[in-house]
Design a protein around this ligand. Structure first.
Ligand code: GDP
Length: 589
């Protein structure tokens, strides 16, 4: 059985060897074999470590040091007695594609769906708040489950409650199961929304049965998870669903710290003409105010404008509130944690020092996994699929890239030549053209002139609005890179009845087909009694009587020419087992 070892990202070669109970020289030699020169103190990242373990053929499975261990508490140590106040629940909606997530969120917001409008002008809101029964609920709208997974990677627990949407006419589907797994793993509260109950073929009981089978213990089915029947389209059951959300929130007694320095997460970021970097933040603790200095990773801001996510200016934001801020010097990354600084100098110093420590970290990680993969590819002939990825916002980009990473196997690997946020531009096409890559756009557009450029270069540009469709397309590409396998298919058997001529490379003989058929251009192996004689032969000519034929059936006599690598040792009564070779394509996923 494989043993488990926990490894932090950016581990030294020496430390990794120790964890693997290997002499460090062995590890270094292995890397050298792959063309990578390292010393004992050089750092490698987690992915690289994993690749090396695979290359060494060790029965050890590496686990990344749990991100939870790295989570920075919204409440610092010295603030144990800090004041708390109730906060709104943070809710995410998940479920299978087309089961009605967008429609549900839209009907909660009381607006008509703008999905599918021409020109892709739908504004992506990472989060927003709605009032219900005089109380606020924060909804997180993400491009897919991966965004949450990505946030967890960054050490964040963003959501208190997940609404899993299942269409009553379609039932539990793969992404429903994924949502269930995700919600369970995160330890968040779950509410099920059985949607599309207005449809004639809606079968609520079947959905409940399937959910129970999938491990969700529903109320009335031996558990406590509430399932609310809704029609997102006809706005039926929405109030009840929101009542349940508030009820669960009350049970959880959700509270946030109000008199600590503000902290939270960057949940989206993009550039806006005239406004520069615009970030959506979710406040976790403290009160964020206009004019505050905040640091998020390697960048900082003096908050110039503080708005609700639908654009209303506000003076401050309390825990669980999503806000849109301007004033960042550079685009902060999705999933980055932000914290308050006293003044501009302190903020700048913190951002600069973070940047240089990350640079060092990056610098120390002398081999990165993609470089290593490239080297291994060369030796193992892994087929690479090059891609350029563009997405509308950082969150989507991280989701897409993280999901694609998980598709890599020993035989095929995705190489992200370049990735970024925004419209597909000339540079993307040039990069893709230069590396034979496909450009994938998620929720972005391609200007007409760029489309023309891509056509001129014969560079494929593919646009998606649904993350799973993008992933499926890449899977198909990877499948097509797989080397086909060759399988032998037994055709028939022949008994040698006459030998006419044997030269070094060719034999002419005659015989009777005792089983199946014999075909021209097929192959044969000769056996005498139980023993195989000679190597393989190819049937290059087949005759029935004087006539050239392509096949001869069981019970018939024939003459045949056999090609072989060396002179055949053929005798009367030998048997030739005849087979063909067929190439079969394979699929990985
Ligand atoms: P998503 O992919 O989960 O976001 O699904 P959408 O919200 O885009 O919905 C997919 C399709 O189902 C759209 O055509 C919706 O109009 C339709 N739909 C969503 N909710 C309902 C519902 O309650 N009843 C019916 N009849 N159709 C619905």
């Amino acid at each position: 059985m494989a043993s488990n070892i926990t490894v932090e990202d950016n581990i030294t070669v020496g430390d990794l060897a120790e964890k693997l109970s290997l002499p460090v020289t062995k590890l270094i030699t292995e890397l050298m074999k792959l063309g990578v020169m390292v010393t004992v103190n050089e750092r490698i990242d987690f992915d690289t470590a994993q690749i090396i373990v695979g290359e060494l053929g060790l029965d050890i499975s590496l686990e990344k040091q749990s991100s939870e261990e790295k989570v920075v508490e919204a409440k610092p140590e010295h603030d144990k007695n800090a004041k708390t106040a109730p906060r709104p629940p943070v809710v995410a909606v998940m479920g299978h594609v087309d089961h009605g997530k967008t429609t549900l969120l839209d009907s909660i917001r009381g607006i008509e769906s703008v999905k599918g409008e021409a020109g892709g002008i739908t504004q992506h809101l990472a989060a927003y708040q709605e009032e219900h029964a005089g109380r606020l609920i924060t909804f997180i709208d993400t491009p897919g489950h991966e965004a949450f997974a990505a946030l967890r990677e960054h050490g964040a627990q963003l959501v208190d409650l997940v609404i899993i949407v299942v269409a009553a006419d379609d039932g539990v589907k793969p992404q429903t199961l994924e949502a269930i797994r995700f919600a369970k793993k995160s330890g968040v509260k779950i509410i099920v929304a059985i949607n599309k109950i207005d449809k004639a073929d809606a079968d609520i009981n079947r959905v409940k049965q399937q959910l129970t089978e999938a491990g969700l213990a529903l109320e009335g089915w031996g558990g406590e998870i509430v399932a609310v029947e809704v029609s997102a389209k006809n706005k039926v059951g929405i109030d009840k669903l929101l009542d349940m959300v508030l009820l669960l929130a009350d049970l959880e007694q959700l509270e946030g710290y109000v008199d600590v320095p503000a902290t939270g997460l960057v949940i989206e970021s993009h550039m806006e003409t005239g406004r520069g970097p615009v970030a959506e933040l979710l406040v976790e603790g403290g009160i964020l105010k206009q004019g505050n200095f905040i640091v998020a990773g390697e960048t900082y801001a003096r908050i110039k404008s503080l708005e609700t996510t639908d654009g209303k200016s506000v003076k401050e934001a309390s825990p669980s509130t999503p806000v849109r801020v301007t004033g960042f010097k550079a685009l902060p990354s999705f999933g980055e944690r932000f914290s308050l600084s006293g003044n501009e100098k302190a903020a700048r110093t913190k951002a600069v020092s973070e940047s240089s420590s990350r640079q060092t970290g990056r610098g120390q990680s002398d081999i990165n996994s993609s470089e290593l993969l490239r080297l291994i590819n060369r030796s193992n002939q892994i087929s690479e699929f090059n891609i350029v990825v563009k997405a509308d916002v950082q969150g989507s980009l991280v989701s897409v890239i993280d999901s694609l990473k998980s598709l890599n196997t020993d035989e095929v690997a995705i190489k992200t030549v370049s990735s970024g946020i925004g419209t597909i531009n000339e540079n993307d096409i040039h990069l893709a053209h230069g590396s034979g890559a496909v450009v994938y756009g998620f929720n972005v557009t391609v200007p007409r002139n760029i489309e023309q450029l891509a056509r001129r270069y014969d560079t494929p540009v593919r646009l998606y609005k649904v993350i799973y469709e993008l992933i499926d397309d890449v899977k198909e590409e990877l499948n097509s890179l797989l080397q086909p396998i060759i399988v032998e298919k037994e055709l028939g058997r022949l008994k040698v009845k006459g030998i006419f001529k044997i030269t070094k490379a060719m034999t002419i003989c005659g015989g009777e087909v005792t089983k199946g058929v014999i075909k021209i251009s097929s192959f044969g192996r000769i056996t005498r009694g139980k023993e195989q004689i000679n190597g393989e032969v190819e049937i290059t000519n087949l005759k029935r009587g004087p006539q050239d034929v392509t096949e001869v059936k069981e019970g018939e006599m024939c003459g045949l020419s056999l090609n072989s690598d060396s002179k055949l040792d053929l005798q009367l009564e030998d048997q030739i087992d005849v087979f063909t070779r067929e190439t079969q394509t394979r699929t990985l996923y």
